[in-house]
Write a protein that binds this ligand. Sequence first.
Ligand SMILES: Cc1ncc(C[n+]2csc(CCOP(=O)(O)OP(=O)(O)O)c2C)c(N)n1
Length: 453
Amino acid sequence: MNQDAYNHKSLQSNDGQAANGMSVMAMGASTGCNTVYGSTPPSNPHPYPWMNSLFQDGSTVSWLLGESLILQHARRSVAPERLCNSLLEAPETGDVFTEQTHWDLTRLNDTLMTEQEIRELPKVWIVGGDGALGDIGFQNLSKVILQNRPNVNGIMLDTQVYSNTGGQNSDSSTMLGGYDMNQFGRQSQGKLIEKKNVAEIFTSGHGSPFIAQVSMANSARLYKSMLDGLEYRGTSFFQCYTTCQPEHGVGDNMSAEQAKLVRDCRGMPEFVFDPQAGELSQECFDLKGNPSIKRDWWEASYSDKTKYNYTVAHWAITEARFRKHLKLIKEEEVPEFIHMDDILVSISQDDIVNRRIFDINHRSYVPDFGVYFKAEVDGKFRYYSVSRQMVLFAVERRKAWRMLQSKAGIENLDYAAQRALLKKVDSGEIAAEDLRSKPAQLLQAELDAISGS
Ligand SMILES: Cc1ncc(C[n+]2csc(CCOP(=O)(O)OP(=O)(O)O)c2C)c(N)n1
């Protein structure tokens, strides 16, 4: 009784499973690479309740595991502890077991638990890939996240493909394609469908979950946000970029480095959405950790200190999966091509949606392998021409980043300037030929006008 009463007074540390005791966590895993490297039956290494399921069930089964843990916790931990405590304190308080106490203890669930009793609850983790959680199991995950249960958390290991079955396209796959069901070839260079931003979806229309898009690009931030999510009274969900070495074509030791590059090129920016911060989206979103947070692109530097925009194309040269989108060219050939930064001035995502980028007479026309960029590889400057699709991918990722910035209340002047410029071009105030011949100059003039005002 003394032990139970003592346990009731403050949060007790509990590392692992006590003999005949309750586990501190459980896991509901959707089949994917996580179940292959995380458990190869019959040698299951998980020292806590673990189950594996088809895609559509993982989230809901995990939720139900969570519900049963709440009842177990109430009956086997909270009720006896509360009772022992009040019996021992009876001489001082007098009233031990009122009608209300009886009512509460016989109907105990998380609604009647104290903050501390909630924190002691064993946690359940929903684990799956982007195929499982973003595509096929999406509806079930959406349902579970909306419940905002106190001990249910989810993590989506986003490899941008169905890795375990050979790299099929998922809704999280990049537009670049070049893999199963999203081919790169003469007729189709990938897909024109934008990336499904799974974590971002849950920051809207899904009640009050704690959401983060973090990765090993910044392990301290990853772990901090996970601890914050575990502490949160409701559900937390994490979308974590993860390399798939064979499908991405990167070295086994490159996970953290590639995660950093995909973050820095706006391929998958980091954010934390904490619903406790307020009731406005700009209060809840935190974009710290992304470079050049107010700009379209990270303003990176070559070793000679000159600055350049680090776009998705710069990330793409580091992964073999994108090789068909890149052709090495000589420095002397550069004048035949349009610079990536220049062409990006003349295109908006709306031009892609309306397919104007294929119209040779439109300002947003993108010539296939007619655009180039400069990169520093192993200390040497290299020049690459890129597929049309690479340019479209840059526009799509830029738009997704701008959306995120606006949700976080960040004003992006690059966007404001580009919008003002394109408005002038489309209304005939500035000639389309001028946009083609001096885009950087025209953009700078708009930037100056905005910053000066
Ligand atoms: C409903 C359903 N359809 C198909 C499968 C077969 N399947 C098992 S693993 C897998 C690919 C997993 O891809 P993803 O969820 O992205 O995880 P990853 O392997 O990339 O970590 C598929 C298609 C399944 N388990 N469930």
